[in-house]
Design a protein around this ligand. Structure first.
Ligand code: PLP
Length: 445
C-alpha cells in the first residue's frame, strides 16, 4: 500500500504526461471519485469542473456504468476483433449510427482520440488512391486545431505550440484561420468570410490535390475553447464539397452532449464524410474511440483484393468492457437529454450574475455545457507563462479542479453537476480574479 502523504515527484517512478518533471508540483493522490467530487489522499474534496480532461461526462464512479462494466467483465473481457465480434460492439455501433446523419454508415473502432484521427487520416488518403486520384496528398486544418499527440494527429494540429521539437517529422498541413467568436462579437461575419476566402484561395490553387480538411466543429478544445458558429460550418461544408475534399469532424471532445446536442454535426446541421469520436464515448470509463465513415468511403475499399482493405488495428480494438460502458453511457444520454441540454442556460444566468461586469473578463462565450472567457492582460502571456500554474493553485485552494489553457478559463463540468455546485464554482471565479488583479504586478509577463 502506497502512503500517499509521502508521495513526491522524486520518489515515484512515473514520468508524467504533459509535465515538466523538474518544476512540477507533486501529483495529487486521488482516493475516490463520486459525481462531481474527487476525494484526495489527505481527505480534501475537490469539484472536478473539467470532467477530468473532458471525458467524465456522467461524473465519477457512476453506478450504472460500474454495473455495466462488472457484468461485462464476467461475460467476456476481450477478444481479437478481426474475425470475431460481440454484442457490446455491435450494439454500440448500431446505437451510434441511430444518432448520426444517415449517410454515416460504417463504424471503425480504435482506442483513443489520437488513433481515431490517425484512422481518419489514413482512410482519407487511401480513399483517393482507391478512386484513382493518388495526387490528393495535401491536408487542410485550422489555426488553433488540436487532434492528438501521435505523429499524424500532431500534423493535423500543427499550430499547437507544443510540437516545435517534432516539426521536422510532421507531414505538411496548410492551415486556415479559425473564425473564433464570442457573445456579441461585432466582427464574426468578417472573420468567417476571411477564413472561407483563405480556404477558397487554396482550393482554387490546387483544385485536385487536397484529400481532406480536419476541423473540431463548433469548439476547438485544447486551442483554448475557441468557438465558431454553426453558420460557418454550413458554408465550410458547401465550399469543400464543391472541390470534393473530404470533410473530417474531430468530435473527440464535442461529442456526446458537450455542445448541448448529442453531436456538433447535429447542432450545426452539417454532414461530415468522416467523424472521430472518443472522450465521452465510454462514458469516461475506459479508452475507446470510433471513426465513422460514409458508405461511399467504405465502398471504395470494398473489393476482392486483400491489399485494398483498410489495414489498421490495435491490440484492444473494440474492447468489450469499453463498448459495454459505451452502450450504458449512450442509454443514459438517450433517456435524459435534459442533463446536458439544461446547462447552457444555467451557464448564461450564472455568468451574467458573476462574470459579466468583471473588468478582467473578456470574450465570454458559451456552447452547450461549456463556458469560457479570457483574462484581460496587457501582456502577451502564452501557454508557458506562470499564469496557468498560479491559477490552478488558487482554484485548487478553493476546492476546484480547473486547468486554464493559457489565459483562457473554462468550465466543462460533468453533466451531473447540480445548480448549487455550479453556483459555488461561479462564486469562486470573481474571487480569484480579484486576487489576480491585486497581485498582477507579481505575475511575470
Ligand atoms: C483530446 C483530443 C484528441 C486526442 O484524444 P486522446 O484520447 O487524448 O488521444 C483529439 N482531438 C480532440 C479534439 C481532442 O480534444
Amino acid at each position: 500500500m502506497i502512503d500517499s502523504s509521502i508521495l513526491t515527484i522524486e520518489n515515484s517512478p512515473i514520468w508524467r504526461p504533459f509535465t515538466q518533471m523538474k518544476t512540477a508540483d507533486p501529483p495529487l493522490f486521488v482516493k475516490k471519485g463520486s459525481g462531481m467530487t474527487l476525494e484526495l489522499g489527505d481527505g480534501r474534496q475537490i469539484l472536478d469542473c473539467i470532467s477530468s480532461w473532458w471525458v467524465t461526462i456522467h461524473g465519477h464512479s457512476h453506478p450504472i456504468l460500474a454495473q455495466a462494466l462488472t457484468e461485462q467483465a464476467q461475460q467476456l473481457e476481450q477478444v481479437i476483433f478481426t474475425a470475431f465480434t460481440h454484442e457490446p460492439a455491435e450494439t454500440l455501433a448500431q446505437k451510434l449510427l441511430d444518432h448520426l446523419p444517415q449517410h454515416l454508415r460504417r463504424v471503425f473502432f480504435s482506442d483513443n482520440g489520437s488513433t481515431a484521427v490517425e484512422v481518419a487520416l489514413k482512410m482519407a488518403y487511401q480513399y483517393w488512391q482507391r478512386l484513382g486520384e493518388p495526387q490528393r496528398t495535401r491536408f487542410l486544418g485550422f489555426t488553433g486545431g488540436y487532434h492528438g499527440d501521435t505523429l499524424g494527429a500532431m500534423a493535423m494540429g500543427q499550430s499547437s505550440p507544443w510540437w516545435h521539437p517534432f516539426q521536422p517529422l510532421l507531414m505538411s498541413l496548410e492551415t486556415i484561420p479559425f473564425p473564433a467568436t464570442f457573445d456579441q462579437d461585432p466582427a464574426v461575419e468578417q472573420k468567417e468570410a476571411a477564413s472561407l476566402a483563405c480556404l477558397s484561395h487554396l482550393l482554387n490553387q490546387h483544385p485536385q490535390e487536397y484529400a481532406a480538411i480536419f476541423i473540431e466543429p463548433l469548439v476547438q478544445g485544447a486551442g483554448g475553447m475557441r468557438m465558431c458558429r454553426p453558420e460557418f460550418l454550413q458554408r465550410l461544408q458547401a465550399l469543400v464539397h464543391e472541390f470534393h475534399v473530404l470533410l473530417v469532424y474531430d468530435e473527440v471532445m464535442t461529442g456526446f452532449g458537450r455542445t448541448g446536442e448529442l453531436f456538433a454535426t447535429l447542432k450545426s446541421a452539417t454532414q461530415p464524410d468522416l467523424i472521430c469520436l472518443s472522450k465521452g464515448l465510454s462514458g469516461g470509463c475506459l479508452p475507446l474511440a470510433v471513426t465513422i465513415a460514409t458508405e461511399a468511403i467504405y465502398q471504395a475499399f470494398y473489393d476482392d483484393a486483400l491489399e485494398n482493405a483498410f489495414f489498421h488495428s490495435h491490440s484492444y480494438t473494440g474492447n468489450p468492457l469499453a463498448c459495454a460502458t459505451g452502450v450504458a453511457s449512450l442509454k443514459l444520454l438517450e433517456h435524459q437529454p435534459q442533463i446536458y441540454q439544461r446547462l447552457e442556460s444555467l451557464h448564461r444566468q450564472l455568468a451574467v450574475h458573476y462574470l459579466q461586469d468583471q473588468p478582467l473578463v473578456e470574450n465570454l462565450r458559451f456552447c452547450g455545457t461549456i463556458m469560457a472567457f479570457e483574462i484581460k492582460t496587457n501582456t502577451q502571456e502564452d501557454y508557458f507563462s506562470d499564469l496557468g500554474p498560479w491559477l490552478r493553485q488558487e482554484f485548487l485552494a478553493a476546492g476546484l479542479l480547473l486547468r486554464p489553457l493559457g489565459k483562457t478559463i473554462y468550465l466543462l463540468p460533468p453533466y451531473c453537476v447540480t445548480e448549487l455546485e455550479l453556483e459555488k464554482i461561479y462564486q469562486t471565479l470573481p474571487q480569484v480574479l480579484a486576487k489576480l488583479a491585486k497581485l498582477h504586478s507579481l505575475i511575470p509577463a
